[in-house]
Each structure stands twice: as C-alpha cells, then as structure tokens.
Design a protein around this ligand. Structure first.
Ligand code: AMP
Ligand code: ZN
Ligand code: FE
Ligand code: FE
Length: 290
C-alpha cells in the first residue's frame, strides 16, 4: 500500500480539479492521498468526497509558505480541522497577501510596458491563493510570452522586472497554527531549501516530520533526510508535489510513500489530539525565530 502526501489542485497553482486528481490517484493504485494546496484547504471537502467514492483514504492538508531568518520554507500541515477559526482567519490573511502581491507584480509589469491587468490574472487563477504561475499563465494566454519558462525568465524570476518578494509568516507561527488546528507540521522538500542549517531550529519550534521523499530529491538527498528524521525523531513523509500535467504526464504516482508512514502519522496525531497526551515542551528558543 502506498500514499502520495503532496498534491495540488486548481484551488492553488495546480491545474487538476480535486475529482481529476482523485481519478489519477486511483489509476496509480494509491491507497491514501493528502491534498496540500498552498495556503488553503478549500479543495479538501471535494477531494474527500471523491476519495470516499473511490475507496481511497483522504488526509486534509495544506502547504504554508513560511520564513526562517529570510529563508523561504514550506511547512505542510496534515490532519487539520478545516473549520478551526484561527486556521481559517490566518489562511485568509495569507491569501490576501498573495492577492496584494499579484497586484504589485502587475504594476511592475505595467511599468515594463506590459499592459496586463490584475483582474485578468485573478480571472485566470480563479482561486483565493494565486501565485506567480498564474501571472505566467496570463502572460502566455494574452500573447506576451511564448511559454511559462519565458514568462519566468523575462519577468517573474528573482531579479527580473516583475519579481516581488513574498511576505511570509514565521516558521514557528506556521507550526503553532497547524498544531492548534489539531494537525501535524512537516517540513516540505528540505532538499529545495538553501541549507539544512534551518532544520534544527525549526525542529525546536515543534516540527513533527520531514518530507524525505519528494520528486526533486535525489536518492542521496532522501537518504540524508531519513538520517536526519532518525536523529531528530521526526515522522517521515513523501509526495510527488504534482501540480497537474507536466511534460506530458502528471507527477502523481511518481513518488509512492509506503503506507506504514501514514500509520505512524495517525498514531502521532492521535497522541497530539488526545487531551491526556503529554504536552510537547515549549521550545526554549522560539522567540528568536523570525
Ligand atoms: P510563488 O510561490 O508564487 O513565488 O511561485 C512559485 C512557483 O512558481 C513554484 O511552485 C514553481 O513551480 C513555479 N515556477 C518557478 N519557476 C518556474 C518556471 N520557470 N516555469 C514554470 N513554473 C515555475
Ligand atoms: Zn505550487
Ligand atoms: Fe513547496
Ligand atoms: Fe507543493
């Protein structure tokens, strides 16, 4: 039995609907999936319903964009209560920040003589959690760029005219938010971070797990993170980070996590949610987290 715990839909910057994603999961013979759209859980009820129909286990998830001392980190949240008021409020704030960033990027495009309108990007994105890929899609759709790569290369990459930095919540706050919504906090694709030095302080802030297996990790990288998981007593997770069609076939199914890791996650979340479970000690150095 296998799982894919890192998947996106059109509720953020993926292209599949939740139903399409679940159909692909079925084709790949997956037993469990988690939906981890950026800064939102909006797609989860539909994905859960489709999974129930298909006989696949569904895990509510999200991928929060966070910061540790200027480094962008992605923190995955699993087994969240999607009706948790603080989670809803904080995610709405992240979404508003994303929308402001789109307006800022469009303004800069306009200054670079590209007369794109923010409303056009929002119409193409058609979601609350828009990001750079949606601006790129708009630039391609309206004929300003031949393809996504050109849009990033000419305008959207760091240092290009329309690049705007993202305002992010601190890693400690992201972890705390996930915990108070009853979930587990997992560092996404550590191999894509600038350095592994961010791991120990984020572990101290209460991290529960680390995504050892990811499409962009080499075998060597996965082994290194398995060692770190062992050293810091972290749960091991993995996923494809499928965003829809990519180079002719979607990534879903390209990274299959053995189901026993999901079982360990369920034990950990039950412990966390049980009122009699011992509290995780407060991280002594959390105030130094940015
Ligand atoms: P954002 O989080 O809004 O800054 O956007 C980051 C997303 O842009 C990532 O998920 C990447 O998948 C995507 N991205 C970055 N560079 C490229 C590129 N050259 N072509 C297509 N997508 C890209
Ligand atoms: Zn994404
Ligand atoms: Fe990510
Ligand atoms: Fe992702």
């Amino acid at each position: 039995m296998f799982a894919d715990l890192h998947l996106h839909t059109h509720f953020s910057d993926g292209t599949f609907t939740p139903e399409e994603l679940v159909a692909r999961a079925c084709d790949q013979g997956l037993s469990a999936i988690a939906l981890t759209d950026h800064d939102t859980v909006e797609g989860c009820p539909r994905a859960a319903a489709a999974c129930e129909k298909a006989g696949i286990e569904f895990i509510v998830g999200t991928e929060l964009t966070a910061d540790y001392k200027g480094c962008e980190l992605h923190i995955l949240g699993y087994f969240l209560d999607i009706e948790n008021p603080l989670l809803i409020r904080e995610m709405s704030k992240c979404q508003a920040t994303r929308q402001d960033r789109i307006r800022e990027m469009v303004l800069r495009l306009n200054q670079a003589r590209v007369p794109l309108e923010a409303e056009r990007v929002f119409a193409i994105a058609n979601c609350q959690s828009p990001g750079r890929p949606h601006v790129a899609r708009a630039l391609v759709a309206d004929g300003y760029c031949a393809g996504m790569d050109e849009a990033f290369e000419r305008f959207l990459k760091r240092g290009r005219p329309a690049w705007v930095p993202k305002r992010r919540i601190s890693a400690a706050n992201a972890i705390e938010l996930i915990h108070q919504a009853g979930g587990l906090a997992v560092m996404a694709h550590p191999g894509l971070n600038r350095s592994d030095d961010v791991i120990p302080p984020v572990v101290k802030a209460g991290l529960d797990g680390i995504e050892c297996f990811h499409t962009k990790h080499s075998t060597h990288a996965s082994e290194r993170y398995l060692e770190l998981a062992d050293r810091y007593k972290l749960l091991v997770t993995g996923g494809s980070d499928c965003h829809g069609m990519s180079k002719g076939r979607p990534l879903i199914g390209s990274m299959k996590l053995p189901y026993q890791h999901v079982e360990l996650m369920k034990i950990a979340v039950a412990r966390r949610q049980s009122p009699s479970a011992p509290k995780v000690p407060a991280p002594e150095e959390s105030p130094t987290l940015s």
